[in-house]
Design a binder for this molecule. Structure first.
Ligand SMILES: C[C@@H]1N[C@H](CN)[C@@H](O)[C@H](O)[C@@H]1O
Length: 449
């Protein structure tokens, strides 16, 4: 009840008293959405995943389609060549606003909400303003660099999706590019050094970013503040955080305001390799891009099995997966992205009990004597063991010892015979492995170690 809601004050000591709410710990799986003017050209060279392309070349062949404006500012990039051939050298990027606003009039947010719910997602994070400065809500905060307007969506895309997502029983989070805004800074970014020097630091921009976040909190009470790529030094995050928590006590704040406090960290196209006590959330696209990239094919997109195993691995180590979808301007989602969401949703429908609401066990992983990978989670008095890689038939998990009389079940309830062996426990799995994704076993009582 409000009477007992903790009052936060704008200082780190007070803010550090905030704890990660259970809903975020339990959620495990969220949908990231990158949608904006860049969704119209929807083009980037699929050069490779972040972290696997030399950073000296990354910006010239940027696989992130949502970076289209920066890419076409680099005249020797494949994107610039594509832009000239497709739209002409003098086609200004912000003219994509007409097509974006015209095409998203047909968009029905409830279609996304039911799609994400069926996929097993528990929360959604939508871009409200990406680096290009275009806002997906009709902000009343004037952009001093855009007196002529054309930088705010006339349709309240943020509000419409928030309503639909909450109507489906999911939490709604908001992404905001606090660190970069290419309406305030038009110099291209070709190196990591440029990233720093082109982050707007004027008092005017700091006031603009603070006002935007405050407007978003007042209008939508988001459950997640997903700030990106830093925050202006003259911004007032402590005050923003305190006012946010006082308005949304169960809210969470990510670590990309680049200040000393956050609820969770955000490895991008990366994950931790051991149980990390501080809550974390790994984000990535299904392919190499967050914005829709029309040239991405199956060879660029994570395979269904690998996607399911990625989620299981992340959850075993105290993380959430924030999996990105890049919609087309009219809100439709490409077949390959739908295919991956459906594969994940199908597996979670049968095997989600050991995922949602679970917590890491004393150790995240083990091997089978056949060299297979195993991941663990704990929930109530059950240990869950996920045998990756289409495990079938008798499978021995090394180093795992069950208490006599323990009950072992497959998801869906079928019991599994087991016996103690020299190097661990052998489980009599079905002869044929499941359609896709790990075999999930529940073991009660959970062994102590
Ligand atoms: C989630 C990703 N974050 C990076 C900044 N690290 C952005 O540059 C990228 O476009 C995407 O929004």
């Amino acid at each position: 009840p409000a009477a007992f809601a903790q009052k936060y004050s704008p200082d780190w000591t007070s803010l550090k008293a905030h704890t990660v709410p259970n809903w975020f710990e339990d959620a495990k799986f969220g949908i990231f959405i990158h949608w904006g003017l860049y969704s119209v050209p929807a083009w980037a060279p699929p050069s490779g995943e972040l972290g696997k392309v030399d950073m000296s070349r990354w910006f010239y062949q940027n696989a992130y389609a949502e970076w289209y404006l920066n890419s076409i500012r680099l005249k020797d990039s494949p994107s610039y060549k594509h832009h000239v051939e497709t739209y002409g050298a003098d086609f200004d990027y912000y003219r994509f606003g007409q097509a974006f606003e015209q095409q998203n009039r047909a968009w029905k947010p409830q279609n996304w909400a039911s799609l994400f719910k069926d996929a097993g997602a528990r929360y959604v994070v939508l871009t409200t303003k990406h680096h290009d400065g275009y806002t997906l809500w009709p902000s009343k905060v004037p952009n001093p660099k855009r007196p002529q307007g054309g930088i705010n969506s006339p349709r309240d895309l943020v509000g419409d999706l928030t309503k639909a997502v909450r109507g489906a029983g999911l939490h709604m989070g908001l992404y905001y590019s606090g660190g970069l805004d290419w309406t305030f800074e038009t110099r291209p970014i070709a190196t990591m050094g440029d990233l720093r020097t082109t982050a707007p630091q004027t008092e005017e921009y700091a006031r603009y970013a603070d006002a935007h976040w405050r407007e978003l909190i007042r209008l939508y009470q988001p459950s997640v503040l997903w700030n990106d790529i830093g925050y202006p030094k003259l911004g007032k995050p402590e005050a923003l955080f305190a006012d946010y928590y006082n308005a949304v006590p169960e809210g969470v704040i990510n670590n990309r305001f680049s200040v000393e406090y956050s609820d969770f960290t955000t490895p991008e196209y990366a994950k931790y390799d051991k149980i990390t006590p501080k809550k974390w959330e790994s984000c990535r696209g299904l392919g190499f891009s967050f914005g829709y990239n029309q040239v991405e094919g199956p060879e660029h997109v994570i395979a269904p099995e690998a996607l399911i195993e990625l989620l299981v691995d992340i959850v075993s180590k105290n993380g959430n997966l924030l999996l990105n979808i890049g919609p087309k301007p009219d809100g439709t989602i490409s077949e390959i992205q739908l295919n991956r969401l459906n594969a994940l949703g199908a597996w979670l429908k049968t095997n989600g009990d050991g995922i949602f609401g679970s917590r890491p066990w004393v150790r995240p992983s083990a091997k089978t004597t056949a060299g297979g990978d195993v991941r663990f989670t704990k929930k109530g008095d059950a240990l869950y063991a996920f045998l990756l890689g289409r495990a079938a038939g008798p499978s021995t998990v090394v180093g795992l010892t069950l208490a006599p009389g323990s009950t072992v079940r497959l998801s869906g309830g079928r019991s599994v015979a087991w016996k103690k062996t020299g190097d661990g426990t052998t489980f009599e799995l079905p002869a044929n492995s499941p359609a896709a994704g790990p075999v999930a076993l529940s073991i009660t009582p959970a062994p102590a170690a």
